[in-house]
Design a protein around this ligand. Structure first.
Ligand code: SAM
Length: 349
């Protein structure tokens, strides 16, 4: 599914100067002068970003620009760049990033031009920072300029931030709308191929995480990327979409458990006890029973994998919970937009 290009008038309306105001309009160089040697994503999300980079960066020894860089570029150990330039605002953070071969201090909001020669990189990464750009259209065009034809521009974002420095349009948008915004940044110049999207969300947060605990999922990872147009025929590399995890369950075992759900009232995927769930009585209700049995285990692999499956089917932002229909005796799924959804109708845990 690809977005329709915006007309110039719509773009002006959506992305006028007010869209890029921030609560703190002070000098970014001062704001970022404080060292922040912290992780901006939980461990699982960081591993996901490394896995994504490993899948998309197919060049053997690429020249990489890490835009809006800090102390961690998230490169997998297997990737050995010929050159890794980090461009950011905090000298100490860049010094701590031991994989960098060059460090550039540059404020993209003061001057969106990159102090780097044209066609000098195979890959440009912008990890969890695109929401701070006040002149994103100019920066995206600049990234295209410094990329070699066929080069990769990968933008990754999540849902944590320094709120006072985030631009207004981002603040006021949902995660799904933010995907569209980044797609617009790419589309606004004619210099990129059509962008691709990959999402990882709804995974259980690692128990060791500082915010690990019941209910809070791992930080979502949204990735939007495109190539600089003009890929030469001699460039053999193709960027495969990241590998989708195989189902972590044994199909035969699940089929056997499904045949017995009416008796066990346990989820065939995770083994948890199912909850009795009142079917909302609306004119749109499609079930001819008063209640269903539903798995409300937030760590159930059927649910965890469902975010990815639904996204690939074009249902961005949804997963599903396993349900058992007691009248007809079959297992199915109930779509959910969040982990909290549907819980209000649980009548028996
Ligand atoms: C949330 S951190 C992400 C850092 C790093 N990319 C990572 O994945 O850990 C946001 C980064 O954006 C950079 N940044 C923010 N505003 C910037 C600007 N105006 N120009 C250049 N870099 C900026 C800051 O230096 C900061 O390190």
């Amino acid at each position: 599914m690809h977005p329709t290009p915006l007309t110039e008038a719509t773009r002006r309306l959506l992305y006028g100067p007010a869209a890029f105001r921030r609560e703190d309009e002070g000098d970014d160089r001062l704001f970022y002068a404080t060292d922040r040697l912290v992780s901006h994503l939980d461990e699982l999300a960081r591993a996901t970003v490394a896995r994504l980079i490993a899948a998309l960066v197919v060049e053997e020894h690429p020249a990489i620009l890490d835009l809006m860089a800090s102390w961690d570029t998230h490169l997998p150990a297997s990737l050995q760049p010929e050159r890794l330039v980090g461009l950011g605002l905090n000298r100490n953070e860049l010094e701590r990033n031991t994989r960098l071969t060059e460090r550039v201090l540059h404020d993209l909001n003061r001057d969106p031009r990159l102090p780097l020669p044209a066609a000098s990189f195979d890959v440009v990464l912008d990890i969890v920072a695109v929401d701070y750009l006040t002149r994103p259209f100019e920066v995206f065009a600049e990234v295209a300029r410094v990329l070699r034809p066929g080069g990769l521009h990968l933008v990754v974002f999540s849902n944590r931030c320094f709120p006072e420095k985030v631009v207004k349009i981002w603040h006021e948008s949902s995660d799904q709308e933010r995907i569209l915004i980044v797609e617009d940044y790419f589309q606004a110049t004619d210099l990129y191929t059509e962008s691709s999207l990959w999402i990882s969300q709804g995974k259980p947060r690692p128990a060791s995480d500082k915010y690990g605990g019941p209910g809070l999922p791992s930080d979502p990872v949204y990735a939007v990327w495109a190539e600089r147009k003009g890929r030469p025929a001699s460039l053999a590399v193709r960027r495969p979409p990241p590998v989708v995890d195989r189902p972590p369950w044994d199909e035969d075992e699940v089929a056997r458990r499904k045949a017995e759900v009416g008796r066990t009232l346990r989820c065939p995927y995770c083994g948890e006890k199912l909850s009795k769930w009142a079917v909302p009585q609306t004119p749109f209700t499609e079930y001819d029973v008063e209640f269903l049995w539903v798995c409300f285990n937030d760590r159930c692999p059927f649910l965890v994998r469902g975010w990815d499956t639904m996204n690939r089917q074009g249902n961005r932002g949804y997963s599903y919970r396993m349900m058992y229909h007691p009248g007809k005796g079959y297992c199915g799924s109930l779509p959910v937009p969040t982990l909290r959804a549907l819980r209000e109708s649980i009548i028996e845990e």
